[in-house]
Design a protein around this ligand. Structure first.
Ligand SMILES: CC(C)(COP(=O)(O)OP(=O)(O)OC[C@H]1O[C@@H](n2cnc3c(N)ncnc32)[C@H](O)[C@@H]1OP(=O)(O)O)[C@@H](O)C(=O)NCCC(=O)NCCS
Length: 148
């Protein structure tokens, strides 16, 4: 399948929202993604096939640190390398924007996401107790030396 991975545009928001709905419990609103388009710190990448948004990832570039906000892929397209492709683009873009490291929080029970991050040299650096609404801990992960 031919996957196109590119920066998010405002007319991608509906597709991004549908991916969010399937992937996350927190479910950002359409308005929150619209505000991200106008957020100078925010950077979003989408993956599409035949015009359908099948995955996306975003981060905030804050001085020299990149904070991942979301990364998700529609269930039917998982384990095909889509998230890896998105993360590669996000790391490269973050480095171009002057970020030296990248961080995120992930649910302690989210094995696929933790495996993705560990495969990309993210290290566990701490735990936020009861970070998620249903009282699940969040693991803080960091990747250093983005340029290497
Ligand atoms: C986590 C998620 C984004 C991975 O997306 P994906 O497109 O399926 O991931 P990829 O196919 O690019 O996988 C890249 C690597 O991540 C790891 N990985 C991904 N899914 C995995 C799984 N279910 N089990 C074990 N390892 C996994 C593997 O190392 C994989 O490399 P490999 O296929 O060569 O073994 C996807 O499962 C998802 O959208 N989950 C719901 C949303 C979510 O939890 N997002 C993360 C929030 S912190």
């Amino acid at each position: 399948m031919k996957i196109n991975v590119r920066p998010m545009k405002s007319n991608d928001i509906h597709g991004v929202f549908l991916v969010d709905q399937q992937c996350f419990e927190h479910n950002w609103t359409i308005e929150s993604y619209e505000s991200e388009v106008n957020n100078m710190l925010a950077n979003y990448i989408v993956a599409e096939i035949n015009g359908e948004i099948i995955g996306f990832g975003g981060f905030w570039a804050v001085i020299d640190e990149a904070q991942i906000t979301n990364i998700g892929v529609l269930e039917n397209y998982r384990r095909c390398g889509v998230a890896q492709n998105l993360l590669n683009k996000m790391v490269n873009l973050a480095f171009i924007k002057g970020c030296l490291s990248m961080t995120l929080e992930v649910r302690v029970d989210n094995k696929p996401a933790i495996a993705l991050y560990e495969a990309n040299r993210f290290e566990k650096a701490g735990v936020r107790s009861n970070y998620y609404d249903n009282k699940i801990d969040g693991i803080i992960m960091w990747r250093y030396n983005l340029g290497e």
